[in-house]
Design a binder for this molecule. Structure first.
Ligand SMILES: Cc1cc2nc3c(=O)[nH]c(=O)nc-3n(C[C@H](O)[C@H](O)[C@H](O)COP(=O)(O)OP(=O)(O)OC[C@H]3O[C@@H](n4cnc5c(N)ncnc54)[C@H](O)[C@@H]3O)c2cc1C
Length: 319
C-alpha cells in the first residue's frame, strides 16, 4: 500500500507547492514504511520528481486536457485504485481546493485541509492543521480508512531525497462528465494572488489610486501579483479581487511585501501564512512590524522607487 501524491503544475512546470506535497508524501511514506507514488498531468518533465523521493511516477500526457476538477478527480481516484493506496495528498492551491472534496467523495475518504505537519500519531491517524483564519492549530483525527490530506502552502520544507523512480505513462479510462473545459482565456496577463510566489500589496497610506503605479511596477520587476488592503478596494482604488485578509483572499506566498498597510488583525489573518513578510511603513509603531520578518521604517514614496531601481540594476547585472 503506497501513498499517492498529486503534483500540480503550471504550464508544464512544477510549482514549489507541488514539490512541498511530494516532500510531505515522502516523509509520510517513510513513516508508514511504504512507497511514494506521484501522479501528474501534462507536466513537461515528470521525471524531475524522483529528486524528491518519488518511487513511482504516473504521468498523464494529453494536451486536450484543460483543468477540470471533476475530470482530474476521476483521474487521481483511478490512480489511487491502481496504486492500491488509501492516502492521497494534495496541495492547497486553487486547483487543489477544488479537487480535494471531490476526491474525498469519490474515494469515500476523510478529508482534512490546511495540514501543516506529518502525522503526530498513526493510530489513530492524527494530523495538525491550521484553523480559525490561521490563528490556531487543531490536532485532527481521521477515522476513515481512506484519507485525503490537503497540505497548507509553506508548511512543509521542500526536501531533496533522490531515488530512481519507475516513470510510467498512465492512461485513465475517462468517465464522461456533465462538464468539460474547452478552453481557458485568462482575464489578464496578471499573476493570480492565490497561486503567486510573491505578492506586493498596498494600503490606504498610499493616499490615492494613482500611486498604485509604483506597486504595479515593483510587482512587474519581481514577477509578483498585486494586492491591497480592504479600505483600498472599498474606496475603489483597486479592484475587489485584490483585497486580501480575513474577508478577502488568503495569501500564502513565499514573499509578501506590505506597503503603507498598518497590519490590522483582519488583514494579518489573511496573510500570515506567507513565509516571509516585509513591511514598509512610516510609523515604527504600526502593528505590521510585529508580524513581519523584515521592516523598513520609511516613506513608501521614497523607499519603493529606490527598491525598484536597485532590483532593476540587480537583474541587469545578473542577467
Ligand atoms: C469585520 C472586519 C473585517 C475586515 N476585513 C479586512 C480584510 O480582510 N482585509 C483588510 O485589509 N482589512 C480588513 N478590515 C479592516 C481593517 O480593520 C483595517 O481597517 C484595514 O486593514 C486598514 O487598512 P490599511 O492598513 O490599508 O489602512 P490604515 O489603517 O489607514 O493604515 C495605513 C498605514 O499606512 C502608513 N502610511 C501612511 N503614509 C505612508 C507612507 N507615505 N509610506 C509608508 N507608510 C505610510 C500609516 O502609518 C498606516 O500604518 C476588516 C475590518 C472589519 C471590522
Amino acid at each position: 500500500m503506497s501513498v499517492l501524491v498529486y503534483a500540480d503544475n503550471s504550464e508544464g512546470k512544477f510549482k514549489k507547492s507541488a514539490l512541498e506535497v511530494v516532500s510531505y508524501g515522502k516523509a509520510l511514506a517513510n513513516q508508514l514504511n511504504t512507497d511514494l507514488t506521484v501522479i501528474t498531468i501534462n507536466a513537461t518533465e515528470p521525471e524531475q520528481l524522483q529528486k524528491y523521493g518519488a518511487n513511482k511516477i504516473l504521468f498523464v500526457k494529453d494536451d486536450s486536457f484543460i483543468f477540470n476538477a471533476k475530470i482530474y478527480a476521476g483521474i487521481i481516484t483511478e490512480a489511487a485504485f491502481t496504486s492500491n493506496t488509501n492516502i492521497i495528498i494534495i496541495d492547497s492551491s486553487t486547483n487543489g481546493k477544488y479537487l480535494a472534496p471531490l476526491l474525498a467523495a469519490k474515494f469515500n475518504a476523510g478529508y482534512v485541509s490546511n495540514v501543516v505537519s506529518a502525522p503526530s500519531n498513526l493510530t489513530p491517524f492524527t494530523v495538525k492543521r491550521k484553523t480559525f483564519s490561521n490563528k490556531a492549530f487543531s490536532n485532527t483525527v481521521i477515522t476513515a480508512d481512506s484519507k485525503v490530506i490537503g497540505l497548507a502552502k509553506n508548511a512543509f520544507e521542500v526536501k531533496e531525497d533522490p531515488t530512481t523512480a519507475e516513470v510510467e505513462e498512465f492512461s485513465p479510462v475517462l468517465l464522461s462528465t456533465s462538464v468539460k473545459s474547452e478552453s481557458i482565456e485568462k482575464a489578464s496577463g496578471k499573476i493570480a494572488i492565490a497561486d503567486a510566489d510573491i505578492v506586493v500589496s498596498g494600503g490606504r497610506g498610499l493616499k490615492g489610486p494613482e500611486n498604485f503605479k509604483m506597486i504595479e511596477e515593483l510587482a512587474d520587476v519581481l514577477g509578483a501579483a498585486t494586492a491591497c488592503s480592504k479600505p483600498v478596494s472599498d474606496m475603489g482604488w483597486r479592484p475587489h479581487g485584490e483585497h486580501v485578509g480575513q474577508t478577502g483572499k488568503p495569501v500564502a506566498a513565499n514573499l509578501y511585501i506590505a506597503i503603507a498597510i498598518s497590519g490590522a488583525i483582519q488583514h494579518l489573518a489573511g496573510v500570515n501564512a506567507s513565509k516571509t513578510k516585509v513591511v514598509i511603513n512610516t510609523d515604527p509603531e504600526a502593528p505590521f512590524f510585529k508580524a513581519a520578518d523584515y521592516g523598513i521604517v520609511g516613506d513608501a514614496f521614497e523607499v519603493v522607487p529606490q527598491l525598484i531601481e536597485k532590483l532593476k540594476a540587480f537583474k541587469v547585472e545578473n542577467a
